[in-house]
Design a protein around this ligand. Structure first.
Ligand code: ATR
Length: 281
C-alpha cells in the first residue's frame, strides 16, 4: 500500500489526487493519495512531527510551504538545492529526501508537445517571462538540459538577475525589462510565461503584448485556469503554436510518482481528460 499525499494551503480543489489515483491504477499499485491541508495559523513543526510518525511513502508540497519544508528534510537533491524549493518528498528508510519536479516536469511536457525544439537546443533562443518560483525551476531545468540561450524578462529587473545566477557554464542569459522583451520578441523561438498574470478571475490580462511575435515561435503559458489564457489566444491569433499549462501539472506529477515508486507511467489520454475537467470548472 503506497501512502501518498499533498500538503499546502488552500488545497481543497487540488487536481493531484485525481492524477495520482490514475497513476496508481495505471501502475497496478495499491495506495492512497490524501489531501493534508495545513492552515497558516497551524504550528508547522508539530504538523511535520505528526507527518513523520505516519510513515508515509511520499508526499507533495505546494504553496505556501515549498521552502518552509526544507529544514525538516534529511537530504535535498541537487536540483531542489539549486532551485531552493521542494515540491516532492520521498521517505527512504525513515529519511525524508526532497526533490523539485516542477522544472523537469515542465520540460517533459514541452518535449512531449514539441520534440523538434529539443533536436537543436543550443540554437534555440528562449525568453522566460517572470522571476518567481516557477520561473526559477523552469530556468534551471532549461540551462541544465542544454538550452544555452535563455533570456529573462521581469517587471522587477532584480528578480531576473537573481535567476540568471543559476546559469550553467555555457549559458548566455540577458536580463530585460518587460518593455524591452515586447520590442525584441521577434528574436525568440520559444516564449514561456511563468507568472500568475492572466489567471482566473483576471482572464483579460496578459503580461506583455505579442505584437512583434514571429509566427514560427512557440508560446507557452504555465497558467491553466483558464486553459486558454488571453496570452495564448493572442499567440494563436498571430499564427504561432502554443503550449498549454495543464500539461506541466501532469508531467511534474509523473516525475514525482517515479521518485516514489520507481515506475514511469504513460499519460495516455489524461491530457484530454484533464482539459475536460478544467473546462468544466
Ligand atoms: P511564483 O512563481 O513564485 O508562484 P507568482 O506570484 O505567481 O509567484 O509570480 C511571481 C512573478 O510574477 C514575479 O516575476 C512577479 O514580478 P515581480 O518580480 O516584479 O514582482 C510577476 N508578476 C506578478 N504580478 C505581475 C503583474 N501584474 N505584472 C507583471 N509581472 C507580475
Amino acid at each position: 500500500m503506497y501512502q501518498l499525499g499533498l500538503i499546502g494551503y488552500p488545497i481543497g480543489h487540488s487536481l493531484s489526487p485525481w492524477i495520482h489515483e490514475h497513476f496508481l491504477k495505471k501502475a497496478n499499485l495499491k495506495g492512497t493519495y490524501s489531501i493534508m491541508e495545513i492552515a497558516p495559523e497551524a504550528n508547522f513543526s508539530v504538523e511535520m512531527e505528526r507527518l513523520k510518525q505516519k510513515g508515509m511513502n511520499g508526499f507533495n508540497i505546494t504553496v505556501p510551504y515549498k521552502q518552509t519544508i526544507i529544514p525538516y528534510l534529511d537530504h535535498l537533491d541537487d536540483n531542489a538545492q539549486n532551485i531552493g524549493a521542494v515540491n516532492t518528498v520521498v521517505n527512504k528508510d525513515g529519511k525524508w529526501i526532497g526533490y523539485n519536479t516542477d522544472g523537469i516536469g515542465y520540460l517533459r511536457s514541452l518535449e512531449g508537445a514539441y520534440p523538434e525544439l529539443f533536436a537543436n537546443k543550443p540554437q534555440r533562443r528562449v525568453l522566460l517571462l517572470g522571476a518567481g518560483g516557477a520561473a526559477r525551476g523552469i530556468y534551471y531545468a532549461l540551462v541544465t538540459s542544454g538550452f544555452t540561450h535563455v533570456d529573462i524578462a521581469n517587471r522587477t529587473v532584480n528578480g531576473a538577475l537573481a535567476i540568471a545566477e543559476l546559469k550553467a557554464e555555457s549559458t548566455q542569459s540577458a536580463v530585460l525589462s518587460l518593455q524591452e522583451a515586447e520590442k525584441n520578441l521577434a528574436s525568440y523561438d520559444l516564449i514561456i510565461q511563468t507568472t500568475s498574470v492572466g489567471m482566473k478571475p483576471h482572464i483579460d490580462q496578459a503580461i506583455i503584448s505579442l505584437d512583434h511575435l514571429k509566427h514560427t515561435s512557440i508560446v507557452s503559458d504555465i497558467v491553466y485556469q483558464p486553459l486558454e489564457t488571453a496570452f495564448l489566444k493572442e499567440a494563436q491569433n498571430l499564427g504561432a503554436r502554443v503550449h498549454f499549462g495543464h500539461t506541466m501539472l501532469l508531467y511534474q506529477a509523473q516525475y514525482a510518482f517515479e521518485i516514489w515508486t520507481n515506475q514511469q507511467v504513460s499519460l495516455g489520454d489524461m491530457d484530454d481528460q484533464l482539459k475536460s475537467i478544467l473546462e468544466g470548472r
